[in-house]
Design a protein around this ligand. Sequence first.
Ligand code: SAM
Ligand code: SF4
Length: 326
Amino acid sequence: MKILDRYGRRISYLRLSLTDRCNLRCHYCMPADGVEKLHHNEILSLEELHMVAEEAVLLGIDKIRLTGGEPLLRKGLIPFCERLASLRGLKELVLTTNGTLLPEMAAPLRKAGVKRLNISLDSLKAERFSAITRGGDLWRVLAGIKAAMAAGFPPPKINMVMMAGINDDEVLDFARLTVEHSFTVRFIEYMPTLKEVDWQKRCIPGTELLERIGRAYRLIPLVSTESAGPAKNFKIEGGAGSIGIITPISGHFCDSCNRIRVSSRGMAHGCLFSGGSIDLKPALRSGKDGYLRRSLLEIVSGKPMGHRLREEHDDRSPFAMSGIGG
Ligand code: SAM
Ligand code: SF4
């Protein structure tokens, strides 16, 4: 089965957030004191998250990304992944993590059927990494990347949020990683989710990054596959890995957006920045036949054509990305 939204986009990708809690506090994602602790009734149980995934797959979703907060913090994650991986019709179960718990968990995740990992890493300098994440240990993440490779995962995608004056002097260091290693390094434009003062000054357009990398290396454009998602991909000539540029702000990719999101609080979203959300908890807890399916279809049909982040009169309320899952 295939589901199309009202603009003819095929919706095939669900980002499922397992928790809004995290063991890091990245400046751009979370407030310094973290997120409010919720009553367990306000969070979807693993059984409920499974029901959402199962219904979404029946509707035509064939890729699920587990995210958070930090998804590796969710208790019962490994058996949950095993169940999801065996859903008929699901082609890809993948996960985004900050990597800090991978030294212990990479092998069990691989065994449970997770196909690929995206690992977030915004600096290769230990002190700076700690400042950006408010206390994170770079060496745990590097050990996590090694553990993922040792567990047999394909080379991970490394997600780096590029911020002017904070870590943009490391662009070439990150690009160089792809010369020797078969990683994909993806540079992501900083998004103003928390509406920090002067956020525009932090945002570096993807085109500028490409120019900077292109001055140091010969870049070869790669043909985009559907699984590459919204990234524009390149390879440094002779390099083992590849480089992706993700431009949610400067060149938004709404035309080909194929995703919906469900948060750990059970809120379904058709778009990160525009349009409404639907609380799936009543559908999940009513026991009424067809209610969950109708709610998911409503999110698909209400998916807006695009966001308006670049417009001057952007009146969104600030939100922590950790609550939705990026
Ligand atoms: N904790 C996991 C991690 O950090 O990979 C998963 C959740 S995190 C919210 C998912 C992704 O969103 C990360 O790659 C993070 O860098 C990205 N992200 C969070 N806030 C962002 C922002 N304001 N702008 C751009 N990317 C952001
Ligand atoms: Fe945690 Fe990921 Fe947000 Fe950083 S980006 S605070 S690691 S959820």
